[in-house]
Design a protein around this ligand. Structure first.
Ligand SMILES: NC(=O)c1ccc[n+]([C@@H]2O[C@H](COP(=O)([O-])OP(=O)(O)OC[C@H]3O[C@@H](n4cnc5c(N)ncnc54)[C@H](O)[C@@H]3O)[C@@H](O)[C@H]2O)c1
Ligand SMILES: O=P(O)(O)OC[C@H](O)CO
Length: 332
């Protein structure tokens, strides 16, 4: 919608015939964006070649679990100089790869040129033209600025950032924290608990991101704290809603069935759990979420375990400011 309103002729690809007819004939997409009239410049098709053949920019917006499959279908039709951007927030499940690596492999393009667009941006609010800020990240400044030119307008402000790793890690892990925030709200805990989850969640994002090579400053930006706030506090968030349903005692399978849309945080909890082991970083919230989602741990026990962890500094980095002789042995 943003691209069409910026003057681009947009062709949306979908595998779903009914959705394509609805978009082309009624100019609506009722299941996903009820109440929205889509711009005239936006058409839909089930024909991948027709969708991408002439495109100057391709925006891959499938869930991360489908990214490789969709990219593989598109690859052979994409123009050599087309800009490839993705909006997915997750890792590939088995390989634990970031989405820009998956795209670079399937599209056989240099990873430097793949762009990720991320930040606090619920689609439901963007289509209402509510002021929204996002970040586009690419190793290539030229690619990032080209994407910025395509997307920016007076209600959709786009910043650039060279830190693809930081943006992709933050985008993925915030969904785990949002599941936790939904659980916390569903259990009736208050604002203190949610602020704790957001803040200590950000510490977890920073620890994993830093181990993977991110710039810590990215986590203070739109893809980090910005998206964390929106996803943990908005009822638009599917991850938050899924968490609040789990708190009511619903089984994970039933929650996902009822949602009917992707809840990226579920698969990402598995991926991040594995990444934390691989990089040897502490991710206690992720660990407890993993236990709740996949090991049958009651959410209340997970909260007890989080609150009862061994005493620690708020930040090892900041604690270095104490002189060594003041230190006491760590508590159990
Ligand atoms: N919804 C938002 O506001 C928003 C904002 C920013 C980023 N994202 C990210 O964008 C990605 C997609 O999210 P969404 O909200 O559009 O999800 P969604 O569940 O609402 O829609 C996903 C669409 O992808 C299709 N799809 C799924 N698997 C497919 C496959 N194998 N082949 C072809 N099509 C397939 C589904 O049929 C559906 O139409 C996620 O990674 C999400 O985190 C979403
Ligand atoms: O609805 P969610 O929880 O998938 O979040 C959507 C976007 O990532 C918000 O920026």
């Amino acid at each position: 919608v943003v691209l069409a309103e910026n003057g681009c002729s947009v062709t949306m690809w979908s595998r779903n015939d009914g959705q394509v007819s609805e978009i082309n004939e009624d100019r609506t997409n009722g299941r996903y964006l009820p109440g929205t009239t889509l711009p005239e410049r936006l058409a839909a098709t089930t024909d991948m070649e027709a969708a991408v053949r002439e495109a100057e920019l391709i925006l891959f917006a499938a869930p991360s679990s489908a990214m490789r499959e969709v990219a593989a279908q598109a690859a052979r039709y994409i123009k050599k100089d087309a800009l490839c951007v993705h909006a997915a927030k997750g890792f590939e499940q088995v390989t634990l790869k970031r989405m820009s690596s998956v795209l670079a492999e399937e599209l056989q393009r240099p990873e430097e040129e793949i762009v990720v667009i991320s930040g606090p941006s619920h689609a439901e609010e963007v289509v209402r033209r509510c002021p929204t800020t996002v970040v586009v990240a690419a190793q290539s400044q030229q690619a990032a600025e080209k994407a910025q030119d395509f997307f920016i307008n007076n209600y959709f402000r786009v910043y650039t950032n060279p830190d693809v790793i930081g943006v992709e890690v933050a985008a993925a892990i915030k969904n785990i924290i949002a599941l936790g925030a939904g659980l916390s709200d569903g259990l009736g805990f208050g604002d203190n608990a949610k602020a704790a989850l957001l803040t200590r969640g950000l510490a977890e994002i920073g620890r994993l991101g830093s181990a993977m090579g991110a710039n810590m400053l990215t986590f203070a930006g739109l893809a980090g704290v910005g998206d964390l706030i929106v996803t943990c506090t908005s009822s638009h968030s599917r991850n938050w809603r899924a968490g609040s349903m789990l708190a009511k005692g619903m089984a994970l399978e039933d929650v996902l069935h009822q949602m009917g849309m992707v809840v990226e945080g579920v698969r990402t909890t598995q991926a991040a759990h594995a990444l934390a082991k691989h990089y040897d970083v502490q991710m206690p919230i992720t660990e407890q979420l993993h236990a709740v989602l996949f090991e049958g741990k009651p959410p209340k026990n997970a909260v007890e375990n989080l609150m009862g962890r061994g005493r620690t500094h708020e930040s090892e980095e900041v604690a270095k400011d104490w002189s060594p002789h003041q230190s006491r042995p760590p508590h159990i």
